[in-house]
Design a protein around this ligand. Structure first.
Ligand SMILES: [Zn+2]
Length: 267
């Protein structure tokens, strides 16, 4: 193979420790950074450097919507398409003549940005709150069952199942569908089930101002079904209990009794 046919992979300056001052020039009032020799060529590179400089974590399960505009997303989908074309080429798939592989790179790029990882790029769902502070305020427990689709960060295989979100409302209530929207927004990323369970509990606490939240997840993992141990009927449960759900045995028991009842009705 001659040199000109070799694809040259340049080390990522962000990850290889080159400082921004050496390698990047600020663009657009210090908000974006671009490489000195090719300003603006790769938006993803600029965005990574900006997050790096801000100390903003951008792991697969992190939301980075503050850094991306709607028009950026189209640009990023084009960049990811180019990168997926390289992956397909490296896998020796004839994407020019195989009719089923034509356009696959773009389909993958759009699917990652707009569907399976959309929770990284979309801002938090709008959760309008209603007051719950009158004399006849609702003081009972609310348990919402939400269907979830996620993806494991390790293998990018689907993780799917249900969440049971329990809450004892504080002085405000949010619409019932919002619990599911928030949980799905957390799930549409590359996650670990343990982290996802924590993320949902934290975001529900934020949206409702309630300290008393319980989250139970029952999920099946594509990476255990389609590869590795090839276990077709396995499931994994995780539980995060906050406030009374953790400290008060009565509340804890009510939560698990309620979700067992819901499981027996809906399975
Ligand atoms: Zn996995």
């Amino acid at each position: 193979m001659t040199d000109e046919h070799k694809r040259v992979f340049k080390p990522d300056p962000v990850l290889s420790g080159i400082t921004a001052e050496e390698e990047f020039v600020p663009v657009d009032g210090h908000k974006l950074y671009a490489k000195k020799d090719s300003p603006g060529k790769y938006l993803s590179e600029s965005l990574r450097s900006r997050m790096h400089l801000d100390g903003k974590r951008f792991w697969a399960g992190d939301n980075i919507s503050d850094y991306i505009t709607e028009s950026d997303r189209e640009h990023l989908i084009n960049e990811a398409t180019e990168a997926f074309e390289t992956v397909l080429d490296t896998l020796l798939i004839d994407r020019e003549n195989d009719p089923n592989s034509k356009g696959t790179a773009r389909r993958l790029a759009k699917m990652y940005y707009n569907e399976i990882m959309a929770g990284r790029y979309d801002p938090a769902p709008d959760a309008t709150a209603f007051p719950n502070d009158s004399a006849d305020r609702y003081e009972g427990m609310l348990v919402v069952r939400s269907e979830l689709r996620s993806m494991c960060s390790h293998h990018h295989q689907p993780v799917s199942g249900v969440a049971y979100i329990g809450i004892i409302a504080a002085e405000k209530l949010i619409g019932l569908s919002k619990y599911t929207r928030i949980a799905q927004w957390c799930a549409r990323r590359g996650t670990l089930q343990e982290e996802l369970c924590n993320d949902i509990a934290r975001e529900i606490q934020k949206a409702t101002d309630s300290e008393n939240v319980g989250v139970y997840l029952r999920m099946t993992h594509g990476c255990c079904e389609n590869r590795g141990i090839m276990a077709h009927d396995s499931s994994t449960t995780t539980t995060v209990l906050k406030g009374a759900f953790n400290k008060d045995t009565g509340t804890k028991k009510e939560f698990f009794d309620t979700l067992s009842l819901q499981e027996s009705h809906t399975r």
